[in-house]
Every structure is written in structure tokens, then in C-alpha cells.
Write a protein that binds this ligand. Structure first.
Ligand code: GLY
Length: 333
């Protein structure tokens, strides 16, 4: 096969065709060069998936899509729900602080064209995801950190807020007594919020936001603002977001790995499982003492999720149904 024809076929075989609100898988018949339409993997659009049990966030994102909004608007709106939820102590306002009592946020966002923006170690601003979107859309950069990110947020009109709520302050004070300032790896049951959406046009975007590992060392940054680790989207293939111990995700460039495995033909479920395998199968992996989870969707609208520990789950909104689904796992609770 000539190289040009091969590339053409490769592109078509991973693409999908949005018909009305249904995505139909298509490939090209090599003999006739005509598209073969199959509904084998047909999925109803739009779709929203997210890490953990965040039904209000997925509902918010889905409503944006139902009203004709695009996937980028949807994932931003969904993540903002959790950033504003003070009860969630691992994202946005109310997030657990570092060991010095500072709440520092990391977030990133990626659109259908492969554009991305992120903020790292952002303080005093609740909606890190919106600042990340502004970095992507309105600056010549992809990443802003610390004081520079905070200063940029104020220039955009974001207001300065104290992100350390009474509940998180109390938890930190208790930790200080017990831990003696030693950073720990904690297996939490609620962590980074990552979200991927496919809109009615079949276009994919993703977002990821976190306050990071509780009681981390000052200056610590995890996977969530790192494009390819915490989040990756390729509009030809699909998208993936990660949650859990960022250090382990970064070491395997987890979300990029999942998308590349899907590009090679693996289903989202198989890709998530292999990416977790790369972490737990390392020599001397301490995986029984940390959590990592992935959720992924491919261009055909198939979804998958996998976590190291049993209590990881994915929330999925599709066909008018918003459900939290227990992910497959390695270690039983
Ligand atoms: N996944 C969040 C973090 O490790 O910071």
C-alpha cells in the first residue's frame, strides 16, 4: 500500500462520523475506497465521563452539551462545580493544604485542536480550571506557575479568596500533631476531578483539577497540570484523565500512554488496564499503598476505567442517564 493511502486509511479507521447525535464508526473499504459504515460501536452523543462520584459535575457538563455547547465549555463547567464544592477536600476551595497550611491548586485543560493550558501551584483562586483555560486561549504560553498564575488570575478579574476552610484547617492541625511534619502518601477516597466530554459534533475536550496530595511538601506539583500525565486528548483517537498519586502517573506519562494505546487499537478499558499495569508491574512497586485510576473514552464513544484499589469509580452521563460505575481494580478493599 502506498504511504499516502496507508495514512488516509489509518486516519479514517480511527475517525468517527457524527450523524445527528449518534457517532457511527467508519473505515474505508480498501477495494472501493468508499466508507464502510458500521453501527457496531455506535454511541449516542453527547457523552461526559469523570473520575469519582461527581454526578452534579457530570450533569452540569451534560446540560451544556445538550444545549448545544461544545465539549470545552462542558468540561470547564463540570470541573467548576467540584472546585466550588467546599466539602470535597481534594479540589478547589476547601482542598487540604500542604504541610505548611497552604492550599495550592493544579489544573489543566485541552481542546479538540490539541491546544492546552495549565496552572501550577496556584493559590487564593478557586477556579483554577478557568485560569488554565485562559492561559490556553489568551496567552502565548501553555503553563503558568505560582505567583505569576495568581497575578494573571487577578488581571482576569478572579477574586482573591481564602481557600482553607475551617474543616480543612482542623484536619491539617490534627495531621500536624500525628505526622510531625512528615509528608505522607495517603490513599484518599476522593481525589482529582478529571473530566472528558464528546459533544454533538463528535469533538473531544478534557479538563483536570486538584489541590493535590494532602500535606505535601511546599512546592510539590503532581500529575494534574502536566499535559500527557494528568490529562491527554487527541480528537482523532480519544481522551484520558488520571487521578490518584501524581508521582506514579508522571513516571509513566499515564494519560498520554492510554490515548496512544487506544490509537494502536486497544479499547479504552484495555488501555486503562495496561497503563495501570505499567505502574504496578515495576520492580518493587508499592502499589498496595497508593491509588491511581484512569477514565478514558475513545472517538467511537466507548468508555473504560481502571483503578489500583477497589474504591475507584467513574461517573458517566450518556443517553440521558447519569450513573456512577464501580471501576475494575486490582486490590480489593
Ligand atoms: N493526582 C493529584 C496529585 O497527585 O496531585
Amino acid at each position: 500500500m502506498k504511504r499516502r493511502q496507508f495514512l488516509k486509511n489509518a486516519t479514517l479507521s480511527t475517525a468517527g462520523l457524527a450523524v445527528g447525535s449518534t457517532l457511527i464508526a467508519c473505515a474505508e473499504d480498501p477495494k472501493t475506497n468508499k466508507p464502510i459504515i458500521t453501527n457496531k460501536t455506535a454511541a449516542t452523543l453527547p457523552i461526559v465521563i469523570a473520575t469519582w462520584d461527581v454526578k452534579l459535575a457530570t450533569e452540569t457538563a451534560y446540560k451544556v452539551l445538550e444545549n448545544g455547547g461544545n465539549a470545552l465549555d462542558a468540561v470547564e463547567a463540570g470541573c467548576k462545580i467540584e472546585e466550588a464544592n467546599e466539602k470535597g477536600q481534594s479540589v478547589g476551595k476547601g482542598g487540604l493544604p500542604d504541610r505548611d497550611g497552604n492550599v495550592t491548586l493544579d489544573a489543566c485543560i485541552m481542546d479538540k485542536n490539541g491546544n492546552c493550558g495549565s496552572v501550577v501551584y496556584l493559590q487564593n483562586v478557586t477556579h483554577a480550571i478557568s485560569v488554565a483555560r485562559n492561559v490556553m486561549e489568551n496567552t502565548p504560553h501553555v503553563m503558568l506557575a505560582g505567583k505569576g498564575a495568581e497575578q494573571y488570575a487577578y488581571e482576569l478579574g478572579f477574586k482573591k479568596e481564602n481557600l482553607l476552610t475551617e474543616a480543612s484547617k482542623k484536619a491539617w492541625e490534627k495531621w500536624k500533631v500525628e505526622a510531625k511534619y512528615k509528608p505522607i502518601i495517603n490513599i484518599e477516597n476522593h481525589d482529582t476531578i478529571g473530566m472528558i466530554a464528546i459533544d454533538k459534533n463528535g469533538d473531544i475536550s478534557g479538563a483536570c483539577t486538584t489541590s493535590g496530595l494532602a500535606y505535601k511538601m511546599g512546592g510539590r506539583v503532581g500529575d494534574s497540570p502536566i499535559i500527557g500525565s494528568g490529562l491527554f486528548v487527541d480528537n482523532e483517537v480519544g481522551g484520558c484523565v488520571a487521578t490518584g498519586l501524581g508521582e506514579e502517573v508522571v513516571k509513566t506519562v499515564g494519560s498520554f500512554l492510554v490515548v496512544e494505546l487506544m490509537r494502536q487499537g486497544k479499547s479504552p478499558q484495555e488501555a486503562c488496564e495496561e497503563a495501570i499495569g505499567r505502574i504496578v508491574n515495576k520492580p518493587n512497586s508499592d502499589y498496595k499503598n497508593f491509588q491511581v485510576g484512569y477514565v478514558a473514552v475513545n472517538k467511537q464513544g466507548e468508555t473504560g476505567s481502571f483503578g489500583i484499589h477497589q474504591w475507584f469509580s467513574m461517573t458517566k452521563y450518556q443517553d440521558g442517564k447519569n450513573e456512577n460505575i464501580q471501576s475494575k481494580y486490582i486490590v480489593k478493599a
